[in-house]
Structure formats: C-alpha cells, structure tokens
Design a protein around this ligand. Structure first.
Ligand SMILES: [Zn+2]
Length: 487
C-alpha cells in the first residue's frame, strides 16, 4: 500500500537551500531558548521542593559545583560570612567575626549548622541573569550564589558576646513585635575559620564545654524562678477574682508535712522575706510563697498552662532546637509539686523558649515566630525573596500579659532585678537562680524586656554556674539593653 505521507524526491533549487540555512539558524536559536527555559524550570521545580533545611541534600551539594556560595550579612549589611576565591579556584569560607557569630551563622564544613544550614538553599541558588548563567555554563565557570540578609544586629551581638565574657551560657535578644532575632550568642564557642583544624581537639574536649552546641536554642536548663511566670499565670487563671489577696509570711524556710515526711523549701540564701503579697513574692522571688501557692493549684491545670506556653511542644523555630520539658501530672506527690512550683524538679527549658514566653508577654500575649532571615538578594543586588513577620498565636490573653508585665516591672523597680534600673528606659523582667547539681553554684537567669510600656527588645540570659540571677544575669541583660538604647 502506498504511504500517503511519502513524497517524491525533487531536485532542490538554490533558493530552497538558502531557506534550509535560515531554518537551521532558527533551530539553533530555539534550542538556546529551550535550554534557558529548562534552566529556569529546573530552578523553579527545585524551589518548590522545599529542601531548604536539609544540609546533607545531595542535590544541593551538586549545586555547589556550579555556584559560589553566597554571602551572609547582618541586618545592616555587615559581612558575616563570604567565600574567598583563590587564583587556583580553591574556595575558602571566611567569617570576619570568628567566634562572635559561631552558633548564629554556624559553619559549612563537616556538615552545616546555624544560618549556613538554614539558608543553604538560598546561598546555593543563583539569580544572576540567564545570559551570565549560560556564559558561565559554556565556559565551565561558577555563577555567584544569592546573598542572605539576616535580622542580626552587629552592635547587639557584640554586646551580648562581651556580656557573657568567659562564662558558659547564652543570650537571646528578640524584637517582640516581629519575632526578629536581634542577637543570639552561645559560649563557649569556636572559630569557624579554623574549625577543620580544631575539630579533633573540640570533639575530644572534656565534657561540659560542648562548644558546638548552640546553648541558646539547644541548651536544656532548669528554669528556676523564671518559671514563676508560668505559676503566676496559672494562679491568676484558677483564682481570677481574688489572686491579688494572696498573702504569705516567709521565714526563709517553708516546711510542709505530708504522710509522715517533712519537706522544706528554702528561699535564696535562706533570706526571710517576711509578709509578702503576690507582687512582692514575685518581685523578691520568694520560693516559700510560690511553693505554697503551687499546693493550691491543680497539677493538671499547671501542666495545661505550661503546655499552652509551649512546654512539651514543638516550637515555631526553623533553627535547630531542643523541646522544653514539663513532667508534672495529676496525682503528683507533694515534693514534686513544691519543686515544680519554683522551677526545679524535672522541668527543663531552653533560653530561646523562655525568650519566646517573655516576648509574648511583651507583645500583648501574642507570640511572633522568631526568625533569622530577612531577605535574599541576587549577586547584582536585586531582592529575590523577602520574609515577613509571622504570628504564631496568643500564648496568654492581653489582660494576662498586662498583669504579668506589671509584676515584672516590680521585679526591676523593687525586687531582684534592680540591676536593670536606669534613667534612660524602663525595664521589666524576672530573675532565676536554678539549682542543677548539689554543691555547685546555681545557673543564673534573667529574662525581660524594655521599655516596659512599649517593648522594643526582649533579652534572655543564662549564665551557667553564675550564682544569683540578679547579680550575674541581670547585669548581662542590662549591658545588652544599654547597647540597644544607645544605638
Ligand atoms: Zn521567701
């Protein structure tokens, strides 16, 4: 049978040959466009897969062979990390501030941490022009990856780093109205510039140092008296009409007998606080008062309030973190209730989590999700992505936030937070001195915000074995707040 599509071959005229040449050229142009389109489509597809946080993603690593890792900037454009190219093509990641941003910016050798992990996808995405990309592809050179602008404030980060000095601990500073992480320091740290060389020494170091751990979000500590914020909220919830009538007479040691046993709770250094109302008990951090208050509460209620404040919950954080723990249950024995009421017992929290509770109190009860990446830009300086503040939800009502704020103001004005008193701004907060091992100095806490009437900044401090929160962590928080209000 005859094939209807088969044509008879004819002799071609010179004109037809010219047409063939033009056709060939057209095919070449179309091919280039198809290639370009394929490139864009590939990037778009890649973007949709949201593999941002997977630092070991093999496909991302393939991108590193085509893209020079982008730069990481502080909010004001200060370079925090960049890739230096040697003449032989060797790349070195350079961190101009070394240890100061070690945990916030992280590292990108031997795995990735901090922003190097969080922003890995952006740093290896390149939004140079299609022509530049094609040229680089044809010549076998790399294109420049996108730059990442963070929310970190260099003055504040340095102040927080200096405030901790040589002590172990962490400091977090947040903007409560947006959730921007303004500073995040963990000590002891490491120099990300020489991490490869120092690796063996760091990982074989004596325990307790844990230099690679970001204590701000991964450190688990007994909250001590900063947990009185939680107890206070629960007490206001269970006694809404008469919580202000609370009274306690403190002799420095509070004793409770139960089932033939006598339990005693001591105030810090057995200080006898005398007659205390609720605000005074909170301001002076009277353990006896809060232990007695704890016995008046329903353990299931305390647990529920703690969980509403994100204990035992996943936190809305994109960075690596540890979940805080709260173990008290219905039917718990007296000793555990007493211990839990003063932030001891089995309760554990990270400084970042305590900062988030404080930020919610400072923001009318509403928690804004903490975030570190503000925007990404192409190497040519064009904005590629911008990140807006995101509301997580209310951790407490506006009335509760207001009441808590008043109590926290009293801590600074007349209680254990007097280190925050100054003429330039009003501060509110809570101190803590958390026991974690018999015979060792307590961990020192401070969490608070300023100005008390219109909060701009939340600062949370933990100093390991720092002793009293008021004496060690308070002044550190003061130094960070001073830096903020002098900028
Ligand atoms: Zn007391």
């Amino acid at each position: 049978m005859r094939n209807p599509f088969k044509r008879n071959r004819k002799e071609r005229t010179p004109g037809q040959k010219a047409n063939d040449n033009i056709l060939g050229l057209t095919y070449a142009v179309v091919l280039v466009f198809v290639l370009l389109f394929g490139y864009s489509a590939h990037f778009l597809l890649f973007q949709r897969e949201q593999v941002i946080n997977n630092s070991y993603n093999a496909r991302l690593d393939q991108f590193a062979q085509k893209v020079v890792r982008g730069r990481i900037f502080a909010a004001d454009g200060t370079v925090l990390a960049e890739t230096a190219l040697q003449e032989d093509g060797t790349e070195t990641r350079v961190y101009p501030f070394g240890e100061v941003y070690a945990h916030a910016v992280g590292y990108s050798v031997r795995g990735k941490t901090g922003l190097e992990s969080l922003a890995n996808f952006y740093l290896l995405s390149s939004h140079v022009s299609p022509l530049e990309r094609l040229a680089a592809d044809l010549s076998g050179t790399k294109t420049q990856g996108d730059d990442v602008y963070t929310t970190l404030d260099p003055g504040l980060q340095q102040a927080a780093y200096d405030a901790l000095g040589d002590r172990r601990g962490a400091i977090v500073a947040l903007e409560p109205s947006t959730g921007k992480v303004l500073a995040m320091v963990s000590r002891p740290g490491f120099d990300p510039n020489t991490l490869n060389e120092d690796w063996e020494r760091i990982v074989t170091e004596e325990s307790g140092q844990a230099r690679l751990l970001n204590r701000a979000s991964q450190g688990m500590y007994p909250p001590g008296s900063v947990f009185k914020m939680v107890m206070l909220l629960e007490y206001m919830r269970e006694y809404p009409d008469d919580y202000e009538a609370f009274q306690f007479d403190c002799s420095g040691v509070y004793q409770v007998s139960d089932g033939g046993e006598t339990y005693s709770i001591q105030c810090y250094h057995q200080t006898a606080h005398g007659q205390q109302n609720l605000q005074e008990a909170f301001a002076n951090s009277c353990n006896g008062a809060f232990a007695s208050l704890g016995l008046m509460l329903d353990p299931a209620g305390i647990r529920q309030t703690a969980q509403e404040l994100l204990f035992n919950q996943e936190l809305p954080l994109s960075m690596a973190y540890e979940k805080s723990r709260f173990a008290l249950e219905e039917g718990a024995d007296v000793w555990e209730v007493l211990q839990t009421s003063i932030g001891q017992g089995r309760t554990q929290a990270s400084p970042m989590h305590i900062a988030m509770i404080t930020a919610a109190a400072a923001n009318g009860g509403v928690l804004m999700e903490p975030y570190l990446i503000q925007k990404t830009e192409s190497a040519a300086g064009e904005t590629v992505r911008e990140f807006s503040p995101r509301e997580y939800g209310a951790l407490m009502t506006a009335e509760e936030a207001q009441a808590l704020t008043e109590m926290m103001r009293a801590v600074v004005e007349s209680g254990t937070g007097s280190a925050l008193q100054n003429d330039r701004y009003t501060a509110a907060g809570k101190t803590g001195s958390a026991e974690y091992e018999t015979g060792k100095e307590t961990h020192a806490w401070f969490t608070g915000f300023a100005p008390a009437e219109d909060p701009q900044i939340v600062v949370t401090v933990i100093v390991e074995e720092g002793g009293s929160g008021g004496r060690t962590a308070g002044p550190a928080a003061r130094a960070v707040m001073d830096a903020w209000f002098s900028e």
